[in-house]
Design a protein around this ligand. Structure first.
Ligand SMILES: C[C@H](C(=O)O)C(=O)SCCNC(=O)CCNC(=O)[C@H](O)C(C)(C)COP(=O)(O)OP(=O)(O)OC[C@H]1O[C@@H](n2cnc3c(N)ncnc32)[C@H](O)[C@@H]1OP(=O)(O)O
Length: 526
């Protein structure tokens, strides 16, 4: 009997040559590194260079996070990935009333250029690529990174990295939005233009399905809604006067990797094929780099369990393997204790070691796209692609990603899928080892890492010093210029950079924009 995949598609007990009757490898696959990029974005893939091992980290103050980054680099990590605390993500200073209790909790607290300088102290920005998971205030953090680079003597055209900058999925699944869709999209177009002119090697956005998947989206929904968001961004930038080949090579993506290896591999391959077609056929992109869907992967946090947490090491290895077999460019493997608390030094190291085993002890990196031609993988790739394309057509019928968000479409679909998963887990139909089967009577005690609550007061004291020391008139003048640009059509990033250089804080800059653009309030249907 056929089993159902996570996307609700059939998985037959046996596939054979008939499965691929009429299937044309030239059309469906092409060569690795060539249209439609099913087999991967680079001709040599990991035989030329392994994926970037990029562990998401950050907590407490810039001092603690800087120490963690140095430890990760010493252990062999290949790129940095910064987690910011919620106040920073929402554009509030650490001493704002609304920040109370959250400072430094889920990531590092960054209030100003002073914190950013400490965060990257002793880390040469021309040698490392840095991803920053920041959305509504993405422009601010990017500019502060550029300013720190300037202080280190690193020219902007030498900087490499990524800002997440994907506000549409914040409305759908993640929640750290500030402004309404229209000014948010305008800000994103300003970022694309600024990077093209000033920081050309920067990946300007990481269009993310990960959080939708964590909220319950199936693999087909995950790629459909993510690619639909991608289409909205491309339309926005084109409408703002950019040539598609001027910004599309620097778009990047971010997906989850679950324990269901076969469907995940199919998903990654299908996503590449859909994006290549959309970019060529709908947007007329000519540069092959514009057609390449490059992506980061994080292993599925939602599949980790607080029960028997060491079992998560095994899950993460399987999930990481799926990402590598699917051709990811960059990977974060979760730490086994992440269902309980922030990773300790040891668990963060073990997570990285998992990637190193995959890269250097297995043979899956010895040949490109090892699953190509497999009856089941090629069939599933076609089926996930068809399911995703169908969902993307529904988004189009609703008028594109933003209108569909305002109708509550993506959220509703994801919630239905999440409900199905919860029901299957409750009934035992979906086995979760250690949770609904193979439990133990008593769990081993576990001592999680805790963030020191005193850091909130420390950050507030730093802010008080900063406000006393800086040239307030210069800050006020720069913020006034920023507001003027936000009211009109000038690129806001240039006056924003002047304000940040003058030591305006994250909260002050975001408040200036809030005054002009307002804030987003979800609609009832949402
Ligand atoms: C859950 C949590 C939350 O808070 O909610 C989160 O969201 S955490 C979210 C965390 N997010 C992230 O960490 C996102 C990470 N994203 C990225 O790093 C990027 O956007 C990425 C996916 C495009 C990967 O970039 P990367 O620099 O690591 O890797 P690339 O593939 O671009 O490779 C780096 C350079 O090496 C070259 N290169 C790589 N492989 C090959 C090969 N086989 N042959 C020839 N060249 C190659 C590339 O062309 C590129 O150079 P050139 O550039 O010159 O072409």
């Amino acid at each position: 009997m056929a089993r159902e995949s996570e996307s609700g598609l059939p998985i037959e007990p046996v596939y054979g040559p008939d499965t691929l009757a009429g299937w044309d490898p030239a059309e469906k696959l092409g060569e690795p590194g060539a249209y439609p990029f099913t087999r991967g974005v680079y001709p040599s893939m990991y035989t030329g260079r392994p994926w970037t091992m990029r562990q998401y980290a950050g907590f407490g103050t810039a001092v603690e996070s800087n120490a963690r980054y140095k430890q990760l680099i010493a252990n062999g990590t290949m790129g940095l990935s910064v987690a910011f605390d919620l106040p920073t993500q929402m554009g509030h200073d650490s001493d704002a009333a609304i920040a109370s209790g959250e400072v430094g909790k889920v990531g590092v607290a960054i209030d100003s250029i002073d914190d950013m300088r400490i965060l990257f102290g002793g880390i040469p920005l021309d040698k490392v690529s840095t991803s920053m998971t920041i959305n509504a205030p993405a422009a601010l953090l990017l500019l502060m990174y550029q300013l720190v680079g300037e202080e280190q003597g690193v020219a902007a055209d030498q900087l490499t990295g990524t800002i997440q900058n994907d506000v549409l999925k914040e409305y759908i699944a993640r929640g750290t939005y500030i402004f309404p869709p229209k000014p948010s999209l305008r800000l994103i177009a300003d970022i694309f233009k600024y990077c093209k002119a000033e920081i050309p090697k920067w990946n300007t956005i990481s269009i993310s399905g990960y959080h939708m998947a964590e909220a319950g989206a199936s693999p087909a929904q995950e790629i459909a809604f993510t690619l639909a968001d991608g289409i909205e961004y491309v339309r926005t930038a084109v409408a703002a006067g950019m040539d598609v080949d001027d910004f599309a090579p620097r778009l990047s993506f971010f997906f989850v990797s679950r324990t269901t290896i076969l469907e995940e591999v199919a998903k990654f391959r299908a996503a590449r094929r859909i994006w290549a077609k959309v970019m060529r056929e709908e947007f007329g992109a000519k540069n092959p780099k514009s057609l390449m869907l490059r992506f980061h992967t994080q292993t599925a946090g939602v599949q980790l369990t607080a029960q028997q947490p060491e079992v998560n090491l095994v899950r993460v290895a399987v999930q990481g393997l799926a990402a590598v077999l699917g051709g990811t460019q960059s990977l974060h493997t979760n730490s086994f204790d992440e269902a309980i608390a922030l990773p300790t030094d040891k668990s963060a190291r073990l997570a990285l070691r998992t990637q190193q085993v995959l890269a250097y002890e297995t043979d899956v990196t010895a040949t490109v796209d090892p699953f190509a031609g497999s009856y089941v993988i090629e069939r599933m790739t076609d089926e996930v692609e068809a399911a995703a394309v169908e969902l993307m057509a529904k988004v189009e019928e609703l008028g594109g990603a933003v209108n569909a968000i305002e109708h509550g479409f993506q959220k509703g679909e994801i919630e239905r899928s999440a409900y199905r998963i919860a029901q299957e887990t409750d009934s035992g139909e979906r086995v979760v080892v250690g949770v609904n089967r193979f439990q133990v009577e008593t769990e081993d005690p576990y001592e999680p890492l805790r963030v020191d609550p005193a850091i909130e007061a420390q950050q507030a004291a730093r802010l008080a010093t900063l406000r006393a020391e800086r040239d307030q008139a210069a800050v006020d003048a720069a913020l006034a210029e920023l507001k003027k640009a936000a009211e009109g059509e000038d690129n806001v990033l240039y006056p924003m950079k002047d304000a940040l250089r003058a030591r305006a804080t994250v909260g002050e800059v975001c408040n200036a924009l809030r005054e002009v653009w307002g804030t987003y309030v979800p609609t009832d249907a949402f």
